[in-house]
Design a protein around this ligand. Structure first.
Ligand SMILES: NC(=O)c1ccc[n+]([C@@H]2O[C@H](COP(=O)([O-])OP(=O)(O)OC[C@H]3O[C@@H](n4cnc5c(N)ncnc54)[C@H](O)[C@@H]3O)[C@@H](O)[C@H]2O)c1
Length: 385
């Protein structure tokens, strides 16, 4: 099969930049892809971060300490940008203005104002494909729930709960990093870090909160600064958002939670939808399992828990009896992004990566949540402007 090669630049060679390198390196895992990413250029001001790519990614032709040099490289067609949140606005805008396709990391701007500036640049460059990283909906169990929602299986929705929970910050000896500082992570705190993951599917299903009452917690007051002293922990550790969703024909509560300190939970992403005709739940805690409860009036109410087969959005060499994991979800997300660049409007499967509009919608929710925390009130979210 003739393959379209997309020449990628990576801006930000940290944790997530490396995850892309790993996904690109195991592209042969995917079957029947007529498109493939090739990482040809990287940029990071920290030499050791760029050196990791130099040492391990043989396709890298150029290493730039200044990302603007990478953007001036006309051989680079698309960019993955994974940098701290305070840099999203400037760098994403420059990428889009340079005419390169962009998979950007969430939250797509440190605050709503930064996000609006990014959106304005995207609007001015409609030929550029821009998507926001969010990989968990590519787990087969989540894909199954997406199909059930598409089939309208749930009847009248009773309630929805979705969340993303971490636990490593329970350890008070964990040193501080940029994700716990307001200047680099933003006022959203854990919502900016984890919130897009939680909102991606509800927003894709059209479940925009009409209002939100937020309870935000700061649990750790300080952490080791890595230099023998301590530094204040400025950001929100946990967020619980009680939302009311109103669609054309439904009205239901939706509880969203983003937790940096959820004891025992290492990267637990979940969604539970309860309806009068059908209920379903998937959690990465048990990545093989999908639970569902079909209901007929007067009938039995029994949860069915099945091991979901490895049935991913894009075909792979892995047999259906094997397990799907985090790095598989990253690979699938990359397949979707490259598929969309190669076949705009005609992707091989229907689930596209999170859009800038969905990222902008998440900012509305987080901004309202901050206001709710400040005032103690339930905040209405106006989706008209
Ligand atoms: N999708 C996910 O599951 C997921 C997981 C973790 C983080 N993230 C997101 O990814 C982004 C980066 O997070 P991370 O965990 O990879 O952080 P990180 O700290 O591991 O890496 C960030 C890198 O950006 C580099 N950098 C800083 N300034 C730069 C500049 N001007 N030009 C180029 N590079 C620069 C840093 O030197 C560092 O190597 C954030 O937006 C974060 O929210 C997403």
């Amino acid at each position: 099969m003739k393959k379209r090669i997309i020449r990628f630049g990576v801006i930000g060679c940290g944790l997530m930049g490396k995850e892309f390198a790993s996904a690109a390196a195991r592209w042969c895992h995917l079957t029947d892809m007529d498109v493939e990413p090739r990482i040809v250029a990287v940029s990071d001001p920290v030499p050791a971060a760029a050196q990791w790519f130099k040492d391990r990614v043989p396709t890298v032709e150029n290493v730039y300490s200044d990302y603007r040099e990478l953007l001036a490289d006309s051989s680079v067609e698309a960019v993955y940008c994974a940098v701290p949140h305070h840099l999203h606005e400037r760098i994403y805008i420059d990428i889009v203005k340079a005419g390169k396709h962009l998979l950007g990391e969430k939250p797509f701007g440190i605050d709503r104002e930064a996000n609006a500036a990014i959106q304005a640049a995207i609007d001015a460059h409609p030929g550029v494909i821009v998507r926001c990283s969010s990989e968990f909906p590519f787990f087969p169990g989540a894909q199954q729930i997406i199909r059930w929602v598409g089939e309208g299986r749930f009847g009248r929705i009773i309630e929805v709960e979705a969340g993303f929970w971490h636990s490593s910050d329970l350890d008070p000896t964990k040193p501080i990093n940029w994700k716990r500082r307001t200047a680099t992570n933003g006022d959203y705190g854990c919502m900016g870090d984890l919130g897009m993951h939680v909102l991606h599917l509800p927003l894709r299903f059209g479940w925009k909160p009409a209002s939100v009452r937020a309870l935000l917690s700061k649990i750790m007051e300080e952490r080791p600064d890595g230099e023998g002293g301590t530094a204040p922990c400025e950001t929100w550790d946990n967020a619980i958002l009680a939302c009311e969703v109103k669609t054309a024909d439904q009205q239901f509560p939706m509880l969203l939670s983003m937790k940096r300190i959820a004891p025992g939970h290492a990267n637990t992403w979940f969604i539970r939808i309860c309806g009068t005709a059908f209920s379903a739940e998937f959690s990465t805690k048990n990545p093989k399992q999908v639970a569902s409860l079909p209901y007929e009036p007067g009938g039995e109410q029994a949860w069915h828990v099945a091991d979901a087969p490895y049935r991913s959005a894009y075909g792979t060499i892995t047999g259906s009896i094997f397990e799907f994991g985090f790095s598989d979800s990253i690979l699938q997300m990359w397949a979707a992004f490259c598929d969309e660049i190669a076949h705009p409007g005609k992707m091989r499967q229907p689930f596209r990566c999170a859009t800038p509009e969905e990222a902008a919608d998440s900012h509305r929710v987080f901004t309202a949540a901050l206001e709710s925390e400040r005032t103690g009130a339930t905040i209405a979210i106006d989706w008209r402007n």
